[in-house]
Design a protein around this ligand. Structure first.
Ligand code: ARG
Ligand code: ZN
Length: 881
């Protein structure tokens, strides 16, 4: 049984979408038995195999497994018949067309720091199998098109592991000698291996029930560590609301007797939709007013809904291969965003999501890792759980719905599920269902899935006063991306209106249309590289309001500051009103960065800020968004070569000037918007707190004002975490001597709550103070910093590198060196997290020398490490290209 050793420094292979081949064998049934032990867990797997086509060898994936023995139809296999593959898999020739293969392997959950496969967290057992973790549990064709019925028996020590969970419905339990016990689970629905889950340990359940629309009773449970029971209410409410929403919006009902969620504090991602047993990062379950911010509450609602919605879009209908990832992720993000919009203020949720899309996805689309929503190749699939696959994928679904209309979209969803229930399918199958249900040809639209890069939409206008004719010319261009030098036009739906000089809506009558039925809003479809839209009968020169609701994920240019100012003040569409203010401010800031010298808060910017504050009472959440200046990274993204320090200086100066200019008004808002009663987590309360804390933040920039005094008092008053953290944020960014006491106090108070301690790290890592880099270097040596805990790594390293551009890009290059060192230390521990946090270092093309050269040198240093993981290799080598 000689195992060929894979050369650890060979260049990792690239997998291509075009190379997809169906599996040689199906696995119709899987019977698993786990004898749990921290270092010597034994997994017995009985696979019911059926050949798919002509004779071919069986290939099983495997990684970090120790094979104990194997048998075929009950007969032991001689070791010589098992061919060990490089990378850890197994190959067996000459199997019958139908047989049962049984293997036993030994694995060590305790040694599993990658948190992929079966691992320990705080003494409890958890699994994470998506994308390729199941192969670290047993030998298996670990690919999503192999769907099987699972039976799972778990055996463990009763005292340390009272809870034994897996997918599906419970199917028995009992006692064993030696203080051990067992439980059995049966999942009636065929599923791919990435949806397998096991949770075992000393956890307690918070229970509830749900009655489905057809009267089926579902037992709900959230499993947490003892002491956290009181922090599950919001997650449970969100779960029940999601279950109801999927019935009402899509007629989709839950399909098992139980729905279990287990929360774990060591987790690579946000959460995982394993069938009937979701596993969540504690960050997306636990919330109490005094430990979680409003943003945390909103995150919980969204992520709980997201994972629940996967039960149909992902689990019942799954992906044929990992290139189709957006089939489930883009669609499910669309579903969770739609749900969250319905639960709160839709307009504010929408612009917050657009802000996030532009903060994460647009830079990705413009950087070295740019890839289509449906990628063509990958080295490490975990690198493709990206903003492009998730958020841009969601935007594509949203556009499709806008194009064919909500009724046809619903018919398309019905058809998609009816056609493909219990199948592993492709994005083409989804588009075909939408096309067949709507009767709309979507073949051109499908380019959105195939083409990387953010389309740029440029507008030019012509108005002929004599004839009242207005020509709106829209042109599109998508810049080249790696591997895609030439782009085709994509269909861009442009929801729009026209405004008169007074801000009122003008009638939209396209040439040749009847004056009587001219609407005030319509959707233009730009399908070619350039098209003219001619409107007639206009009494005055109009200002175009374009991309209402952000109707397409594109970059718009061509409107002057006058138009933007008018739209910011008057447009009826909240997205365009907010967006125009942001674009106005961005243009102004870019000009100040280019000019150098002391930035000046102009009257236009001041008017936009004043208009935002005017909405304090009618819509405080919107007012908070509109009052905020665009982020430093958003401004940097608009520059061919960024100047992080100059951008930071301009933004801070403008914030200071806003603080001086609006001091009385901001102080008044800070007084008046205090929570009237106990903490409430509804839209109006969240909006009030957001605006009040935005006011405090800007007010505290004004020299000689009472902002810092207010912040100290707000911190000392305690209360909900939203307000406490906002106050501490202000102090941590300041020179106020109280900031060190406040940080020490916060640490002393919350040192035993990891999620709150994460906030303590992030606050310092994202401080605008000039000594932040030194602080971050010290924090990396703090006893509470733990490189094995992904949340903590993200809270310090991720927050600093991705969320503090001015300090990360410090001219000394120390920020780059710090990140490179962390990546080098992290890669052998947890390659997935290492490959994720390295990204900011790959952005060197948009930095000036000598920064760019230092960044490249640090990337080279990482690349030279022996035994580098293939995930980090892919990010770094593409980042250098
Ligand atoms: N399917 C999960 C979700 O979006 C994400 C899991 C990704 N895990 C990973 N290791 N790549 O809900
Ligand atoms: Zn998902």
């Amino acid at each position: 049984m000689s195992a060929p050793q894979a050369d650890p420094d060979a260049t990792p292979a690239t997998i291509h979408r075009q190379d997809y081949r169906p599996p040689a064998y199906w696995v119709h049934s899987v019977d698993l038995h786990f004898a749990l032990h921290p270092t010597e867990t034994v997994v017995r797997a009985r696979l019911g195999l059926r050949r798919n086509g002509g004779p071919a060898p069986l290939e099983l994936d495997g990684e970090a497994l120790t094979l104990l023995d194997a048998s075929i139809d009950g007969v032991a296999v001689e070791p010589a018949r098992l061919q060990h593959l490089p990378g850890g898999g197994l190959r067996i020739d000459d199997l019958p067309a139908e047989c049962v293969l049984e293997t036993r392997v030994r694995i060590s959950p305790e040694a599993n720091t990658e948190l992929s496969g079966l691992y320990l967290s705080g003494g409890n057992y958890f699994t994470q199998c998506e994308a390729e973790g199941f192969r670290r549990i047993t030998y298996f064709p670990d690919r999503p098109d192999v769907m099987s019925r699972y039976t799972v028996t778990i055996e463990a020590d009763r005292a340390s592991c009272p809870v034994l969970l897996s997918n599906g419905n419970p199917a028995g339990h009992g006692e064993l000698p030696g203080g051990r016990h067992w439980a059995k689970w049966e999942d009636p629905h065929p599923k791919p291996s990435y949806l397998f889950a096991l949770v075992a340990g000393d956890l307690v359940a918070v229970r509830d029930r749900f009655t489905t629309q057809s009267g089926r009773e579902v037992a709900l449970a959230i499993y947490v560590r003892d002491g956290d029971q009181d922090a599950c209410g919001h997650a449970m409410d969100s779960l029940k609301a999601s279950m109801r929403w999927d019935e009402e919006e899509y007629g989709l009902e839950y399909d098992l007797d139980v729905f279990n969620i287990a929360a774990v504090s060591d987790f690579n991602m946000g959460a995982m939709e394993n069938k009937g047993l979701n596993v969540f990062n504690t960050k997306y379950i636990l919330a109490r007013p005094e430990t979680a911010t409003d943003g945390d509450y909103e995150g919980i609602e969204t992520v709980v809904a997201h994972e629940y919605f996967h039960n149909w879009t992902g689990n019942r209908v799954t992906c044929r291969d990992w290139f189709q990832l957006s089939l489930k992720e883009g669609l499910t993000v669309f579903r969770d965003q739609h749900f969250s919009e319905a639960m709160g203020s839709a307009a504010v949720k929408r612009l917050a999501n657009v802000r996030r899309l532009r903060a994460a996805q647009f830079p990705e689309d413009a950087g070295p890792m740019a890839h289509p929503v449906r990628p063509d190749s990958y080295v490490e699939i975990n690198n493709f759980y990206t903003a492009t696959v998730y958020q841009k994928g969601s935007e594509v679904v949203r556009m499709m719905r806008a194009l064919i209309g909500p009724e046809a979209f619903r018919r398309g969803m019905d058809l998609y599920i009816q056609r493909h229930d219990n199948q592993a399918v492709t994005i083409e199958d989804f588009v075909a269902a939408m096309q067949d249900a709507s009767g709309t040809d979507l073949s051109r639209f499908a380019r959105w899935y195939a083409q990387a890069g953010t389309p740029e939409l440029h507008v030019t206008e012509d108005f002929d006063a004599a004839s009242g004719r207005y020509t709106l010319s829209l042109a599109q261009r998508t810049p080249p991306t790696p591997g895609q030098p030439h782009k085709q036009p994509v269909p861009i739906p442009v929801a729009m209106g026209l405004l008169g000089a007074g801000g009122g809506a003008l009638p939209l009558r396209l040439r040749g249309e009847n004056a009587a039925d001219a609407p005030a809003e319509r959707v233009l479809l730009l399908e070619e590289a350039r098209q003219d839209f001619v409107f007639e009968g206009l009494p005055e020169r109009p200002t175009p309001s374009l991309l209402r609701g952000f109707s397409a994920p594109v970059k718009l240019s061509g409107l002057g500051q006058d138009s933007l100012g008018l739209l910011a003040a008057h447009d009826s569409d909240p997205f365009v009103a907010w967006e125009s203010g942001q674009q106005y401010a961005t243009a102004a800031m870019l000009r100040m960065v280019a000019q150098g010298g002391e930035p000046v808060l102009g009257e236009g910017l001041a008017a936009i800020a004043a208009a935002a504050l005017d909405r304090a009472d009618s819509d405080p959440a919107f007012a908070a968004e509109a009052f905020a200046l665009p982020s430093e990274s958003f401004v940097a993204d608009q520059m061919p070569v960024a100047d992080p320090e100059a951008i930071h200086a301009v933004r801070q100066s403008l914030r200071r000037q806003l603080g001086i200019r609006f001091a009385p008004r901001l102080a008044e808002l800070h007084d008046r918007l205090a929570d009237p009663g106990p903490y409430r987590i509804d839209g109006p309360s969240i909006g009030r707190r957001a605006l009040r804390n935005a006011a405090l933040s800007v007010l505290s920039m004004a020299p000689g004002g009472d902002g810092l005094r207010r912040a100290r008092a707000q911190y000392a008053a305690g209360g909900n975490m939203t307000d406490v953290l906002a106050a501490l944020r202000v102090l941590v960014d300041s020179d106020d001597p109280a900031r060190l006491d406040a940080l020490a106090d916060f640490h002393a108070r919350w040192r035993h709550d990891p999620l709150v301690l994460d906030k303590w790290f992030t606050l310092q890592a994202t401080s605008s103070r000039p000594d932040t880099l030194a602080t971050v270097q010290v924090l990396a040596l703090h006893p509470d910093f733990d490189i094995r805990n992904p949340n903590r790594v993200r809270a310090l390293v991720g927050a600093f590198a991705a969320g503090n551009p001015a300090q990360f890009h410090a001219a000394s290059g120390e920020g780059y060196r710090f990140l490179a060192e962390m990546v080098i230390a992290l890669d052998p521990v947890n390659a997935q997290v290492a490959a994720r946090v390295v990204s900011p270092l790959t952005d060197w093309k948009r930095q000036a020398e000598p920064r760019a050269a230092i960044m490249r040198a640090e990337l080279e240093r990482i690349l030279a490490r022996p035994g580098l993981s293939k995930g980090t290799f892919e990010k770094v080598s593409k980042g250098l290209a």
